[in-house]
Design a protein around this ligand. Sequence first.
Ligand code: ADP
Ligand code: MG
Length: 382
Amino acid sequence: MNYNRLYEKFQELFGKGATLFVSPGRVNLIGEHTDYNGGFVLPAAIDKVIAVAIKPNDTNRIRAYSLDLSDAAEFDLSEKPNKQWASYIYGVVAEIGKKGLTIGGFDCVFGGNVPLGAGLSSSAALESVFAYALNELYQLGLSRFDMAKIGQAAEHNAVGVRCGIMDQFASVFGQKGHLIQLDCRSLEYELVPFDPKGYRLVLLDTQVKHSLASSEYNVRRAECEAGVSTVKKRYPDVQLLRDVTLEMLDEFQAELPESTYRRCRYVIEENLRLLTATAALKASDYVTFGKMMYGSHEGLSTQYNVSCAELDFLVDIARKCNVLGARMMGGGFGGCTINLVSDEAYDAFIQEAKTLYKQSFGREPRVYEVHISDGSRQLKLD
Ligand code: ADP
Ligand code: MG
């Protein structure tokens, strides 16, 4: 990430005196489709970020320039812009306003290296960096938790994507060398050390997004709710699948449609896998951690049915190349696999994945090596 370019562009457009802030994209090591069931997720901030050079301009207007899109936008603090990328900035400003806090207009240039739409949450990075920057510039007194909530609300209200809190949470709270075990029901979190010496984290982007993704997402949510309402008949305290044990679910196996049973079973097992995985991390047992990643993929593919040929193919190659752990990441039907690979296995794995994927699907997967990094922060240029 070339921060000097950002700073120079700001000087060219708006003059001197900008402050620089960054917020990262994120990965999720394990815990997929658990968030809306009140379960756990295990994300981390990565070393791919969105950065902004920003300065108050003593007006009521926002003048913004997107370095990556070479596009400018200018709009009033209270005016929804029509450019999509600008609506993320507006969304954050609007949510700050809803809290009764006052800010002024500002000039800014932003850009980054989080790939757009690849499932690394460039959108959360964008929201978080503005929430963080505006909090600092105007001394708003927001907590990191407030900033994550503001980013999520901006995505709901200004962009129209009803996302959970994980992405913004990871972007704002991330810490180098740590994963974040987030309880999606209570929003309590715990930092878990992650320092697999001799291993690398790499994402392989299938570069496909099958159109099933959003319709099947809604079907899965409905299947989980159907499972809960059946279990509730005899266990009235149950609110979410988080409250259901495997033993409880099995009591209802005969009553539930086969597919609903399998979906619910996946979610309960995925939560257990995540807890096994974090316990393993605390004991520096990365072998068990890797097994849980493969188990997650297996469940997503065969029980929850949200994988696709491209994702399964890349995880199979990982297995054959002695990758320690691999699974699809994100909602499914495309996007990336996440792989924990030893230094020795790395080059052969990447080569094999590129060659074989191209033979079967006509193009190479994109490769993103990532490092676990700090969350939102101010940057000092030397
Ligand atoms: P992701 O999985 O990366 O979060 P989204 O579709 O949620 O994908 O968000 C991508 C959108 O966020 C882009 O279409 C764009 O509007 C905005 N965005 C993200 N990164 C940038 C950037 N570097 N420059 C301009 N806009 C960006
Ligand atoms: Mg997004």
